[in-house]
Write a protein that binds this ligand. Structure first.
Ligand code: ATP
Ligand code: MG
Ligand code: MG
Length: 322
């Protein structure tokens, strides 16, 4: 089993409300309300831990409300290496209506300064001194106070540890991450459009943009496009996957589940085809319910069977003139 360090720079406590219908300007009474430790790296840690990997969770947490996180980490059996900063971790409200519509109200996040960023880097290096890791994943948005320059420096330092660095972020932070040329990035089609300079609204554009991403120095260039599936370009070639059709209940966490599935396959030395099939099927499983994907679902073998995986080109140079 692999050892993975996940870094969530801007985690959140998710406060999910289950409503019949949201009515603005009045008191709404949810059918159910739930508070959960969240954040992209934390979600990935949930999936990796459920698959038997050893996970160290890191990033920044507010000292004043870290109880739900501590409880979740204990329950998951992951190592808590989060740097504590004064104040409270943000709360993100998720208002889910019976119709399937979801309204998110996301807090800005807790501010961090240069000293705290240095403490984070030291703590990750300490973890690596204790025991080597097979991958470091940095996932999610940046907290207030963390400049793009500091983020770029952090990525460069993490990359310099020699541990394969995976990054899943969006906006300016994604552009910054691509510049740092980590081992892997996994934008969705909207997130990569800015970098690509065009809307990635069809298959050909997605393949072309993902190949350019690989050529920009990303060893594992991964582009996900929801139900339209994934394009993956690496040194061995270009792959495409299409998830099975599933009843969609909640797509939050699909991308995180996909990233975890890819890490699982790659770090377990599975073939590229097996890896992509597993990650795609697992992420499709996740959209059937709230939360991350579950490989122990009764019909997971059926989902795997109905996931289409196709090799488009055998190597990155083949077919480039098309
Ligand atoms: P997140 O919001 O978690 O960051 P994302 O936008 O980064 O997600 P998506 O491309 O939406 O990522 O989803 C990741 C993967 O989840 C897809 O590649 C696909 O395999 C699966 N998936 C997402 N939506 C659906 C769907 N409606 N039906 C089947 N599979 C889906
Ligand atoms: Mg999406
Ligand atoms: Mg995503």
């Amino acid at each position: 089993m692999a050892r993975v360090i996940t870094v969530t720079l801007n985690p959140a406590l998710d406060l999910a409300f289950d409503l019949e219908e949201l009515t603005l300007g009045t008191v709404n009474r949810p059918r159910n309300a739930q508070l959960e430790a969240a954040g992209k790296g934390v979600n990935v840690a949930r999936v990796l831990a459920s698959l038997g990997h050893h996970v160290v969770v890191s990033g920044f947490l507010g000292c004043d409300n870290d109880g739900p996180f501590q409880r979740a980490f204990t329950q998951l059996g992951v190592t808590d290496a989060f740097v504590r900063v004064p104040g409270e971790t943000r709360i993100n409200a998720k208002l889910a209506e019976k119709s399937g519509r979801v309204t998110d109200i996301n807090g800005p996040g807790i501010g961090v300064d240069a000293t705290q960023v240095a403490a984070l880097l030291n703590s990750i290096k300490q973890q690596l001194n204790n025991e080597p890791a097979d991958a470091i994943l940095v996932a999610g948005s940046l907290p207030p106070g963390l400049s793009l320059t500091s983020f770029a420096t952090l990525l460069t330092e993490l990359k310099a540890t020699g541990v394969p660095l995976w990054v899943d972020t969006s906006g300016e932070a994604l552009l910054c991450a691509i510049e740092a040329a980590p081992e892997a990035v996994k934008p969705n089609e909207l997130e990569l459009a800015n970098w690509a300079g065009e809307a990635l609204d069809n298959h050909a554009k997605r393949v072309s943009a993902t190949r350019r991403l690989y050529q920009a120095g990303i060893g594992q260039a991964l582009l996900s496009a929801g139900a339209d599936g994934v394009i993956w370009v690496n040194a061995k070639g270009t792959w495409q996957s299409t998830p099975p059709r599933v009843q969609t209940a909640n797509t939050v966490g699909a991308g995180d589940t996909f990233v975890a599935g890819m890490l699982h396959g790659v770090l377990s030395q599975q073939s590229d085809e097996e890896t992509l099939r597993f990650a795609t099927a697992l992420s499709a499983e996740s959209v059937r319910h709230v939360g991350v994907g579950n490989a122990l679902a009764d019909d997971f073998a059926v989902l795997l069977q109905h996931t289409q995986v196709q090799r488009l080109y055998a190597s990155r140079t083949e077919g480039t003139s098309q």
